[in-house]
Design a protein around this ligand. Structure first.
Ligand code: UD1
Ligand code: UDP
Length: 385
């Protein structure tokens, strides 16, 4: 029996592991143990996703919780070490670029367990982003690097990583999106928000998400973004499911006055709790415009063909710009507003300014490719099993 352990910890990790967990069911000789670091613990950021994505309850929850980067990373490392030592996996699988990803990978390699990284190679070339540090370090200690887009392969090669570790396999998040898109359409979020009639989107609206520290920990940046979005929302509502980090800062900085609590307003920025996966997917699928600093949302809007403004100075996902609907517009209010007006003008005229093309291999079959490569590697490296 081959023993595989995988670690998840935050909201975007769940969408990345779900298609792999599903695929592993076809491999009865691979035993899989799912570990939750507990980095995200609120029901709205964690449990609801296990429900939406039919994920099994994790075998172990480390309950590491929140803290500074050092505290959180160290806590996960301390707590996962005995779990790894007890299970002795032939491979540890980590996804994405969060603190849980790095903490688990680093603990495993120091104990001599091989690591596979899903979503390897992405680079923003901005070391002020905690995720960039996590990505670079995780990639440098992984034995298998599963890459979503060509830029990731190029980055890894230029960092001197051997090409026999690198596999361009496509995007598991898109496996998840394609698997759940129809089911998401049956969620009643559009009716609840008063923008749909019998499942058909009938009123235009936008969507906003923000949680990057560079945007939400600095009052003047957050204030600038909200000024621009408020302006955009004069014509139609912009729904804003708010990450807890962001909500805390909106309160601390005295910026709640930008928001309306009433979900059925005809315009303005409408504050919502973080949404479940199916509801958020349905909301994005019918939006006129999405404004975000999320990594995953840039990718999802590309496949949905929905115009996306990335409110950051860079992206580690250039395929969403080259192939998709994404524009990286930064955080200056004038620039956000001008880009949004451009999009909305063209949407109204019915022109598809940036017709979406899916990046290669974003075809819903990434998890099968990953698991086949994993099996091959494990068969070769653990012949005694
Ligand atoms: C983390 C990831 C980020 C990812 C995001 C996905 C790191 C460094 N950051 O950011 O890359 O894009 O998750 O959403 O790993 N909190 C709660 N409830 C929770 C979890 C957090 O209220 O269940 C609050 C706490 O005040 C906490 C803050 O949010 O201090 C930040 O949480 P944390 O996990 O450290 O970072 P995120 O901003 O969520
Ligand atoms: N998402 C969600 N509900 C929300 C906001 C985001 O289900 O209210 C999903 C989104 O569709 C994507 C993932 O969460 O699949 C992205 O996570 P997030 O933006 O927190 O992290 P990032 O991708 O930036 O690391």
């Amino acid at each position: 029996m081959i023993k595989l352990m995988s670690v998840v910890g935050t909201r975007p990790n769940f969408m990345k592991i779900a298609p792999i967990v599903e695929e592993l069911k076809k491999y009865p000789h691979i035993e899989h143990r799912l570990v939750h670091s507990g980095q995200h613990y609120d029901q709205l950021l964690s449990d609801n996703f296990f429900h939406d994505l039919a994920l099994p309850k994790p075998a172990v929850n480390l309950n590491a919780g929140s803290g500074s980067h050092a505290v959180q990373t160290a806590e996960i490392m301390k707590r996962i070490e005995p779990v790894l030592l007890e299970y002795k996996p032939h491979m540890l699988l980590v996804v994405g670029d969060v603190n849980s990803t790095l903490a688990a990978a680093l603990t495993a390699v120091k104990l001599g367990f091989a690591v596979a990284h899903v979503e390897a190679g992405l680079r923003s070339f901005d070391l002020s982003m905690p995720e960039e540090i996590n990505r670079k370090l995780t990639d440098s200690i992984s034995s298998l690097l599963f890459v979503t887009e060509q830029s990731g392969v190029d980055n890894l090669v230029s960092e001197g990583i051997f090409t026999n570790k690198i596999f361009l396999v496509g995007n598991v998040m898109i496996d998840c999106l394609l698997r759940y898109r129809e089911e998401a359409a049956r969620s009643e979020i559009l009716e609840r928000l008063g923008v749909s009639n019998n499942g058909q989107a009938c009123r235009p609206y936008g969507v906003l998400t923000l949680h990057r520290p560079s945007n939400v920990e600095d009052r003047s940046t957050l204030n600038g973004i909200l000024t621009a979005v408020k302006n955009i929302s004069h014509e139609f509502p912009v729904f804003f499911p708010i990450h807890p980090r962001t909500r805390k800062n909106l309160e601390t900085f005295g910026l709640l006055h930008y928001l309306s609590d009433s979900p059925r307003e005809q315009n303005g920025i409408i504050s919502l709790d973080p949404l479940g996966y199916l509801e958020f997917l349905s909301l994005n699928d019918h939006a006129r415009i999405v404004m975000t600093d999320s990594g995953g949302v840039q990718e999802e809007t590309t496949v949905l063909g929905v115009p996306c403004l990335t409110l950051r100075e860079n992206t580690e996902r250039p395929a969403t710009v080259d192939h998709g609907t994404n524009q990286v517009v930064g955080v200056k209010p004038d620039r956000i507003l001008a880009a949004a007006q451009d999009i909305l003008r063209n949407v109204v005229l019915g022109d598809d300014v940036r017709p979406s093309r899916r990046p290669p291999l974003w075809d819903g079959k990434t998890a099968p490719r990953i698991v086949a490569i994993l099996q091959d590697y494990l068969d070769r490296s653990s012949p005694q099993n």
